[in-house]
Design a protein around this ligand. Sequence first.
Ligand code: SAM
Length: 263
Amino acid sequence: MRIDVVSIFPEYLAPLELSLIGKARQDGLLDLAVHDLRGFTSDRHRTVDDTPYGGGAGMVMKAEPWALALESIAGEGTAAKPVLIVPSPAGERFTQAIAHQLAEEEQLVFACGRYEGIDERVIDWAREHFRVRPMSLGDYVLNGGEVAVLAMVEAVGRLLPGVVGNPESLVEESHSDGLLEYPVYTKPSEWRGREVPPVLLSGNHGKIAQWRRHEQFRRTADRRPDLLSDFDASNLPRADREVFAELGYDVVDGRLMRREGGT
Ligand code: SAM
């Protein structure tokens, strides 16, 4: 996969040289380039922002440097119409499902906004060259798109074949099946008066798998009950339904319904 990131703070993306993503780059699994937006300005001060039309606080990123930067990337790439991800708190929420979609792409381009964001006409114009996706990391406001890009590149990059040593570890993770992951433990089996759940020491793989699945249900119901409304409960074995019943959920038409007054 080819990834291009445009930013006025290229140094901010230095962590992408480290750890698994850095190694994937060294191993040739990921070709990643960071471009300085100021390199596409033409004035002495390398200006990338100006005051907003209509007034108000803050500055807005000027359209032309963005168009020049994105044109040069579109011209270099091999993908017919690469995906352009524009980080924005006003974008679609980035999810694990989207990370999987993006991991299938040949080329991704990320446009890191700063200040009050990028002149909206760039987003419109860019649709001629890119499949544009404004994307939010979550419902909060960051100072710039770089932190969001670090997160998205890591989430996508680790799904590329060969990046994570044991691909099995991608299968059972939080959000891979619409649930949060079960709790994990390592040695020693007793630590500061706290014991590892005995089933994990039993060697009974069937029981361990069932315990883990039920812990996923409990943790998701506790921390992210919103995820359960999309959970397919149509073919749940009785033991699973019993756990959901304990948690205050009934299965109705293949969906989990929270019982009135359920805890
Ligand atoms: N005025 C913008 C708004 O309210 O929608 C916020 C601009 S923010 C200060 C500057 C830049 O940070 C944005 O252009 C975007 O690149 C990035 N950013 C801020 N919050 C983000 C989030 N939740 N997800 C992704 N990017 C974000």
